[in-house]
Design a protein around this ligand. Structure first.
Ligand code: DC
Length: 207
């Protein structure tokens, strides 16, 4: 068990856009008292800087906590994040911070695309959370339309497909399930059931 002995224990949660990684990661982090890092936010912050005319590599190298402020969860920033994430020097600039976070005392949950494969191959628990593209697009549509009623289902589906393809097909650290990851398909699962399955996996790995 971890906890009072403060040793490192990493939960790596990877998967495509809108599969439920964020919800599951936050729940696992709260359940076990582990720190949580949503690594997508790092790429989104770099993507936002690129949209504003900045150089993505320089932005990644100088990324600061204040860059994560404001609304990074827009469709435009998601696409920009996926584009800058394909640049090897951008990924390289963000590796060390993520590795330090993953191995911090007391344990950590990181969610992203390459956590179990590249950032922390030694993670004690690895999950690859996925769902059908239709289900994921519908979930993302419901999230985005609450903020912007002009959003269409078709455009959200096209965005999700474009992002998945780019994230899975890039040369550097493509999105992939680690060979030792447990795959959790949430297409037909409630949030509670998906969280329960993730918690059970982490509990097994802690024993
Ligand atoms: O998880 P998210 O949707 O917030 O991620 C936004 C983009 O950032 C995603 O399309 C690809 C990129 N990303 C990545 O390449 N590697 C990660 N570990 C996390 C995100």
């Amino acid at each position: 068990m971890i906890g009072s002995d403060r040793m490192a224990f990493t939960v790596a949660i990877d998967g495509p856009a809108a599969a439920g990684k964020g919800t599951i990661s936050r729940a696992v982090s709260a359940h076990f008292g582990l720190a949580h890092l949503d690594t997508g936010l790092l790429y989104r912050a770099v993507g936002r800087k690129a949209l504003r005319g900045g150089d993505p590599v320089a932005a990644a190298q100088a990324l600061a906590p204040e860059d994560l402020q404001g609304d990074l969860r827009t469709a435009e920033i998601a696409q920009a994040a996926s584009r800058v994430a394909a640049i090897p020097q951008v990924r390289q600039a963000l590796v060390e911070f993520q590795r330090q976070f993953a191995r911090r005392d007391g344990g950590a949950v990181l969610d992203g695309r390459d956590i179990g494969t590249v950032i922390c191959p030694e993670a004690e628990a690895k999950l690859f959370v996925t769902a059908s593209v239709e289900v994921r697009a519908e979930r993302r549509f419901l999230e985005l339309v609450a903020k912007d009623p002009s959003v269409s289902r078709e455009s959200v589906l096209a965005d999700v497909v474009a992002r998945d393809t780019r994230d899975a097909e890039r040369d550097t650290a493509p999105m992939a399930a680690a060979a030792d990851a447990v795959v959790l398909d949430t297409s037909e699962m409630s949030i509670d059931a998906a969280v329960a399955a993730a918690v059970e996996l982490v509990e097994r790995r802690m024993r």
